[in-house]
Structures are given as structure tokens and as C-alpha cells.
Design a binder for this molecule. Structure first.
Ligand code: SF4
Length: 355
């Protein structure tokens, strides 16, 4: 047995002893595996589990997901973040129905052609469900490979992505690709962790180059720093006869197709007097003769996304006459706001200040 085979065998042995029991590991159903993989991108297993159960209960097979409305799918996703994942799941389910007759594809290229499915997800689905020999490379795999083999090529460079993919393919146990892929990812999640990996009990400590050279804490290497931008959201919770107004976010921006209160995005959080003078507010109140009251509903909130920091506050605006401008919004009873799919930020505003 050469060294790579022996490393793979050790990983699989370790996995059989230490793996967490997770529902998507007991199935060969590509649809369920796909749902779990999309949920687990950017989401911790503990948080993802609840969503997985609820999602599979409501959408037990690809047909029910394809037939649902996007609003409902987004509602089931609410709180998980990265909502493009949910929009793509819905779109891809419809592609499975229209292009593959409702049967989840079993060829790598076909799986890869679905919306929202990249190299990693296609390899995971094909190896877990169909035992096809495709190696997965996610954050855990990058870390394990860079430490084990002492590779300091930045994992976020084009060169690094190529090198690590090749290394992962070389290491892959072609007879048991599903088990091998699960094993290396679980090993990265539980043993070879980002901070304080448990090297003293590691079954690969003898082979590990990072351990021998004292580089465990410096590997893997990353070059690019994520640039973040600050944005300022001034929401308007407009009350009229126990009803309020919502809009659906559109365009290529955060929280696409989720609902929110009418919004004034500005270069800063605005004072009440600045809201009053803002042209957007003038549109809302155009033609209204009756009294309008405005007050701050919430203290400013900071919401951190991968590339953005959003500072938000919400004003309560009470009107007793509806302007023409407001007709473009979705009008709802205040107690029914919870029926709409909203961002986590909106959810916090509603839960803490509106109830
Ligand atoms: S010895 Fe430490 S760094 Fe090396 S593979 Fe094991 S856990 Fe990871």
C-alpha cells in the first residue's frame, strides 16, 4: 500500500469511529443529499439540522419543491442567510423536472449544470449518492491537505485551487469515493480544526508535514482580505388603520426577493428631521393633508454579512390617509407580517419592536 492509500485508509477508519450521525448520511437519495449540501454551505451543522428536517418534511421530493412558490421556499429558508441558495434550489428543482423528467440526474456534468451547483456540490452529490470518483474540496479539505502535505500555496489563488484539487483527486480512494470524501471533511471539522487541532491524538501525526515543521497554525495560507463596505438602511414602518407596507427587494443585491419595509438607503443613519426632508418621504406623504407623525422605533442595529456591514434603524410613521405612492407596496395587516419571508435583520426588528 503506498503512502496516499494508507492516508486514505486511516481517514476512513477514523471516520467510522468518530463520525457524527446525521440524517443525510443514512441516505443515497441524491435529492436529500443535495438539499443538505446546499444548507450546509455557510451554515453550521447544528443550525442546519432543523432547517433540513423542516425543508424535507415540506418538500419531500424534487416535484414538491419545483411546484412551490419562490416566496414559500424563501420563507422556509428564513434565518439561514445567503438567500441565493434558496432561489437556486427552487430554480434547480424546476430544471430537474423540465430537463430530467423529475429524476435527479446521476451524471456529474448534468448535476453540475443545475443552478447553484458548483464543483464541490456536484462532487459531493455524485460521490455520496452514486459512489462516483469525484473528489470534494471544501474549507475542511483545504486545511487537512495543506497541513498534511505542508502546502503553502494560498488556497484562494487560482494556482492554489488547481493544486489542491489535483492533490485531493490523487488522494481519493477510487473504490470508496463517497466514504473517503465524508471522512476527510469530517476529519477537518472535528480533528484537524482551524484553531487548536488535536494533533496529540491524530492518527496522521506521523505523516503530517505541518506538525513536523511547526507550521500547523500558519497553514492553510490565504492571501486576499475580504473587503467590506458599510451601508445605512433607514426603514419606515408605516402604519395606516392597523396595516403596514412591504416591498420585495429586487436587483442584484442582498436579500433579493425577500420582503422589507419601505427603505431609504443613505450615506448614514438619518435623523428624524432628515427623513422628513428626504424626497422619498415626500413621495410617501404627497397629497396627504392629515397629520403625519414620525418617531424612531428601534436603536440602530449592526448586521454583518460577508462583504457588507449594514447599519439599520427603523422609524414608525403613522398616517391616517393613504397616498398614491403607497399603492405600489404590498399592504398587509400588521399581525400578518410574519407570513412574509424577510431577512434576519427585518426579523429582529419585527420580533423586538413590533411583535
Ligand atoms: S497532526 Fe494536527 S495538523 Fe496534522 S493532520 Fe493531524 S490534526 Fe491536522
Amino acid at each position: 500500500m503506498d503512502e496516499l492509500n494508507s492516508i486514505s485508509a486511516t481517514l476512513i477508519q477514523w471516520y467510522e469511529k468518530h463520525k457524527r450521525e446525521l440524517p443525510w448520511r443514512d441516505t443515497k437519495d441524491a435529492y436529500k443529499i443535495w438539499i443538505s449540501e446546499i444548507i450546509l454551505q455557510q451554515t453550521r451543522v447544528n443550525q442546519g439540522l432543523d432547517y433540513y428536517y423542516r425543508f424535507i418534511e415540506r418538500f419531500p421530493e424534487v416535484q414538491s419543491l419545483a411546484a412551490a412558490t419562490e416566496d414559500e421556499v424563501l420563507k422556509y429558508w428564513q434565518g439561514l442567510g445567503y438567500y441565493s441558495r434558496a432561489r437556486n434550489l427552487h430554480k434547480a428543482a424546476q430544471q430537474v423536472v423540465s430537463r430530467f423528467g423529475g429524476k435527479f440526474p446521476d451524471q456529474y456534468a448534468d448535476v453540475l449544470s443545475l443552478s447553484g451547483v458548483g464543483d464541490y456540490t456536484a462532487a459531493a452529490i455524485c460521490s455520496f449518492a452514486y459512489n462516483l470518483p469525484f473528489a470534494v474540496v471544501d474549507g475542511n479539505v483545504f486545511r487537512v491537505l495543506s497541513r498534511l502535505f505542508g502546502v503553502d500555496t494560498p488556497i484562494d489563488s487560482g494556482r492554489g485551487k488547481k493544486d489542491f484539487k489535483l492533490l485531493a483527486e490523487e488522494l481519493l480512494d477510487k473504490k470508496h469515493p463517497g466514504q473517503h470524501n465524508q471522512a476527510i471533511m469530517e476529519f477537518g471539522a472535528l480533528q484537524c480544526t482551524p484553531v487548536s487541532p488535536t494533533c496529540d491524538t491524530c492518527p496522521l501525526s506521523v505523516q503530517c508535514i505541518a506538525l513536523a515543521s511547526g507550521n500547523v497554525s500558519t497553514l492553510p495560507v490565504k492571501t486576499q482580505k475580504v473587503k467590506t463596505k458599510a451601508r445605512y438602511f433607514n426603514y419606515l414602518f408605516i402604519k395606516h388603520n392597523n396595516k403596514t407596507y412591504l416591498q420585495k427587494r429586487t436587483g442584484n443585491d442582498v436579500w433579493k426577493n425577500l420582503y422589507e419595509f419601505p427603505l431609504i438607503e443613505a450615506d448614514s443613519l438619518l435623523e428624524e428631521s432628515e427623513i422628513f426632508q428626504h424626497s422619498y418621504f415626500s413621495n410617501i406623504t404627497a397629497g396627504i393633508n392629515a397629520e403625519i407623525s414620525i418617531s424612531l422605533l428601534s436603536a440602530p442595529l449592526k448586521h454583518v454579512l460577508t462583504h457588507q456591514q449594514i447599519y439599520a434603524q427603523c422609524f414608525i410613521v403613522e398616517i391616517n390617509e393613504e397616498s398614491k405612492f403607497l399603492e405600489q407596496f404590498e399592504k398587509t395587516e400588521i399581525e400578518h407580517i410574519g407570513d412574509y419571508a424577510v431577512s434576519r435583520l427585518m426579523e429582529i426588528l419585527i420580533q423586538n419592536h413590533i411583535g
